[in-house]
Each structure stands twice: as C-alpha cells, then as structure tokens.
Design a protein around this ligand. Sequence first.
Ligand SMILES: C[S@@+](CC[C@H](N)C(=O)[O-])C[C@H]1O[C@@H](n2cnc3c(N)ncnc32)[C@H](O)[C@@H]1O
Length: 275
Amino acid sequence: MNYRHAFHAGNFADLVKHGTLLRLLEALLSDPAPLTIVDTHAGAGGYDLDGELARRTGEAAQGVFRLMAASTAPAPFDGLKSAVRRGNPEGGVRFYPGSPSLIATLLRQGDVYTACELRDDDSALLARTLAAQAGARAVQADGFATAERAAQQAGRLFVLIDPPFERADDYERIAATLDAVLATNRRACVAIWLPLKDLETFDGFLRRVEPAAPSLLVAEARLKPLADPMKMNGCAMVIANAPAGLAVDLEAICGWVVETLGETGGKASVWTTDA
Ligand SMILES: C[S@@+](CC[C@H](N)C(=O)[O-])C[C@H]1O[C@@H](n2cnc3c(N)ncnc32)[C@H](O)[C@@H]1O
C-alpha cells in the first residue's frame, strides 16, 4: 500500500467527494433516527497543506485554494467552505479536513461512526483526529469487511467507499461490498468515489453493480475528455439510495468544478442508471 492521501488532499476530486458528502449527510441527518456510518477508507482524518507531502504535488492549488478564493461557488459548497474556515481559525487555507473530520463533527447523540484505515501511519493520525469525538471510532481494519458486518445490524446505515485504486481488484471489491450491504440492508445509502480514466472501466463497473442496485445516482466531473487512460481525467460519485433532491446539488458541485478547474472538452453530468 503506497497510496497516501496527503499527496492529494484538497484537490478537485476531494471537492467533488467532500461537497457531495456534506450534502448527503445534511439530508440523512435531517431524519431524527440514529445513523450508523462506515467510512471504509478513511485516511489520516485531516491534512496539513503546508506539509511536505501536500507541497510535493501542489494539487490543492487546483482545488480547495480555488474554491476558497472564489466568489462564484454555488451554495452546495457552503458546508465544505465553512468546515475549511473552522479548521483554519487564524485565516488562510493551511488545514484541509478529510472525510473523518467532516463526518465526526456532524454526529448527533446516538449516531455511530466507524472510520477504517489499514496503514500504520495514517491509522495513528486518524485515531488522534477522532480521539475527542463522541460516537466516532478509528479502527485499523479492512473497510470492505467492516461495512459488510455493519450492514447485518438493523437500522439506518450510510457507507462511504473511497479506495485508493492501487489494486487491480478494487472495482470488484467495491461491487462485492455493495452487493453484500444491499442484500442485508436494502435501504442503506452507499456513496462510492471513483476515478474517471477511460469510459469502458467506468461503464463496466456500472454494469457490474446494476443488478444489485438498479437505480444509482451518478455524478461525473470530467475535467477533460477521457482520452488518456493513464491519467485521472475526472472523477465520479455513484450513490445507491441517494436522498431526494441530491441530484440538483451534485449538478451544481460538478458543474462548478468542471467550469472552474476543467479544460476544453470537460463535461459535468448527473444522471440515474434507470433513467
Ligand atoms: C483515498 S484515501 C481516503 C481518503 C478519505 N476517504 C478522505 O476523503 O479524506 C484511501 C485510504 O484507504 C486506505 N486503505 C486502502 N485499502 C484499505 C482497506 N481495504 N481498508 C481500509 N483502508 C484501506 C489507504 O491506506 C488510504 O489511506
């Protein structure tokens, strides 16, 4: 496992993922019934954009730095912008929240959040990030298996799946986990982040998961045409049992990211697989 999210924190893909995550959570937490949340691939929890790893790639320059400087960002980004401001009380944009920080601060009494991370270093940072957060726990365990186990308990469930895609079988493991979660908890909301490199890999994934999840909400942010399969040309969120109204937010999020950070031939689209 070579991947470390610190190299990529706050890039365009994080804006799509975390903007979506916060809108999703707002909808799910508007229901007073307790929510169980599993973050299958949690990373370190939060990131120092002044740190060596983030500076080596500089990806936040075409991501959160642009978002925080923009006067035109649409309202669905308000939650993410507020979270970044809260994490930087002295101003500027040095610290960027990962999915664990974003989720943990929204938990209500009775909600339970499990953040999974396998790496020793990031898992130690994650434990520190979540140490003082009631209802949240960091586990050094396989996220796919943890989500499957959580689905076996009754109750409302939200699963965020965000693997590093450094293993050839990551797509199949996501699909198998989605199958298993929906087979035991058919109303679970499952949000999956995917890179967009070439179209056939993405289409093949959607064909694979369709039998278990016939009505998926798909949001694509293609920064450029999918011409070079060796590059991350964009990213997508694929969501099972998406809350009503989320599509409009995703159109705004992906639309702004493509318009602001994309190149000629970029395209944002939001659609459902049964349309
Ligand atoms: C893309 S990063 C996660 C970023 C995080 N979700 C966020 O938005 O802030 C993926 C992380 O998954 C971890 N990882 C890889 N395979 C895993 C597995 N099977 N279970 C749990 N964590 C895993 C990697 O070490 C890496 O830190």
